[in-house]
Design a protein around this ligand. Sequence first.
Ligand SMILES: [Cu+2]
Length: 215
Amino acid sequence: MAQQITPPDELWWLTFNQFLIGALVLGTFVSIVFAYFAIRYWEKKVKPNEAEVVLGPGRVAPGTSKIGWTRYTLVVTGIIVTLLILATFPRTDYVEASPPETDLVIWVTAFQFGWEFEYPNGKKVVNTLVLPTDTVVEFKVVSRDVFHAFGIPEIKGAKIDAIPGILNSLWVKTPSEPGELNVVCYELCGVGHSLMVGKIKVVPPDEFQAFLQST
Ligand SMILES: [Cu+2]
């Protein structure tokens, strides 16, 4: 059950950190340039013959306008934005598609106010889901009544709308250590919305098999 699959939340953090580093590098560079020019062109005493040139925002002194740098900044911006798009889109596709390999498919039906989970063998549980460790799980999410949103706060990016008549799917890799995760509703769905809390018990695979076979 332990494939070499990058789970969506790992990819999410990787992307977040890459963007953070990029933003820090770029931000530092821009701040240094900004400070340099602020000091370099600090206001000096105006000579009498320059006093008539009144400059407002967005205006440059006559004879100093140059298109050159504008062109370069446009090209650099274009390259950066293109790289960001190329880096992000394939990952979005990967996360939103079905997992490369699925160990377990769980049907999730949201209702006012709780969660019904169904295992491949037909076993149904309400609000407390048991899953094995280190397993790729695909959730097929629907709703029985109004709009809800299925989410696991401990797993970054694990959140998907639960809409009547629409099938949405979401996949995660369960933690490698046994433990407990929360299930919450991320969409205000009525008076019991805040009580729409479930649990995911992550247990060792043999314990999971025993649970699955029990009635
Ligand atoms: Cu809800």
